[in-house]
Ligand binder design. Structure first.
Ligand code: PSU
Length: 303
């Protein structure tokens, strides 16, 4: 297996300093250029400001890259037709010398291989609406059940069926820990109307639970649901019709499988005049700062 760590990441890991993994699908499939590359850099700097080292993960020409250079990030942000890798196709891509962006699931796999335990993203994939007919459930949920990485996200994306996503996470034994409130957040909105299974009020509490899982030998990670900052949110009531319209359009156009999430995000971006993107950027940056704090607390506990 070819794995290439950036010097910044390998130094930090060998000196037992905090490292936070970042995914690349949000760059290639989640946001338009150039905001995707700008955001990726901002998020990396947010992590550095939180005394941790960012490790953006992607597969480039068959190599699992842990930490991307500026030129690599820029090329990925402008590339077209990049594969969107998950557990099912990551090894095939690496074995055939391919290039692909990593989803939450594939980034967790890469992080574990590199020895990184905390990962920040925007929103995880989950159970799509109508999954009782389509069976469309993101592999991100299974990965959370298998791979011991704590994932900081602003909840599951609101385009999904959040109650069913929570049910599946419960079945899989994945802890869903919401920061500072009793309701799980809904990505662009702080509220979902659904009670969070668990709550934490500090990064130290999340870190303690992460370390405890390791000591107990429990497989799988934690979903840390971090509500979008109030000043950046779009109210759930305002988004509901926009999301419904986007889902109807996806159905009418026969969009399926991996194409659904990028299609919906793009459609909602246009329908909100770009406000969904502004909110998405704010929430990812917020998650990055929390992830850096959690990574620092994990090191403190183990010291
Ligand atoms: N977070 C964002 N935007 C995104 C994603 C996360 O703010 O585009 C990506 C992640 O890579 C996640 C994927 O794994 O969306 C979910 O895709 P699917 O529903 O096809 O599993």
């Amino acid at each position: 297996m070819k794995m290439n760590m950036s010097p910044e990441v390998s130094d930090a890991l060998s000196e037992n300093r905090s490292v936070v993994a970042l995914e690349s699908t949000i760059i290639t499939h989640g946001m338009p250029y150039p905001q995707n590359v700008e955001t990726a850099r901002q998020v990396e700097n947010d992590i550095r400001a939180g005394n941790a080292v960012p490790a953006t993960i992607a597969v480039l020409e068959g190599t699992l890259c842990i930490g991307l250079g500026d030129a690599q990030l820029d090329a990925l942000g402008q590339a077209r037709g990049v594969a969107k890798l998950s557990r099912a196709d990551m090894a095939h891509c690496m074995a055939t010398g391919g290039t692909g962006a990593t989803t939450v699931a594939a980034t967790m796999i890469g992080a574990r291989l590199a020895g990184i335990e905390v990962f920040a993203t925007g929103g995880i994939g989950g159970v799509h609406r109508g999954a009782e007919l389509s069976f469309d459930i993101s592999a991100d949920l299974q990965e959370l059940a298998k791979t011991p990485v704590s994932v900081v996200a602003a909840g599951a994306k609101a385009i999904l069926d959040i109650p069913k996503t929570l049910e599946v996470l419960e079945t899989l034994g994945v802890p869903v820990i919401t920061m500072g409130q009793d309701e799980v957040p809904a990505f662009w909105s702080r509220r979902s109307g659904l009670a969070s299974p668990l709550r934490a009020d500090s990064a130290a509490q999340v870190a303690a639970a992460h370390v405890m899982r390791g000591k107990m030998g429990l497989e799988g990670g934690q979903l840390v649901a971090n509500p979008i900052p109030a000043e950046a949110e779009i109210a759930a009531e305002e988004l509901a019709p926009v999301i419904a319209e986007a889902i109807a359009a996806a159905e009418a156009q026969g969009i399926a499988a991996k194409a659904v999430t990028p299609f919906l995000l793009d459609r909602i971006f246009h329908a909100t005049g770009g406000r969904s993107l502004t909110a998405n950027i704010a929430l990812v940056r917020h998650n990055a700062r929390l992830a850096a704090e959690i990574a620092g607390e994990i090191i403190k506990i183990r010291a």
